[in-house]
Write a protein that binds this ligand. Structure first.
Ligand SMILES: [Zn+2]
Length: 86
């Protein structure tokens, strides 16, 4: 209930509304997680390297950053890229 002399002063309680931004699904961050490596016998940070690409499928190899063993793979298909990891 204050009488501001300059009406262009932004109110701290009123933030600009962002364009309805949906929260990103958390599985996108999955690539930085640690995976158990049989060679190291412990969980290690992993990286993903491109295995191969097919017409509508991309396969990434999940590689232990410590010893470069392939500890898994992730398949991404164009058709069902939605919530495969859920
Ligand atoms: Zn390893």
């Amino acid at each position: 209930m204050s009488d501001f002399p300059s009406p262009e002063q932004p109110k701290p309680s009123q933030r600009p509304v962002l364009q309805q931004e949906q929260p990103k699904p958390s599985f996108e961050k999955l690539r930085v997680s640690e995976v158990y490596c049989p060679a190291c016998k412990t969980a290690q940070p992993v990286k993903e390297v491109l295995g191969y690409e097919d017409a509508d499928v991309t396969v990434f190899h999940v590689v232990c950053q410590h010893c470069n063993s392939v500890v898994g793979q992730r398949t991404i298909s164009d058709a069902s890229v939605e919530d495969e990891a859920a």
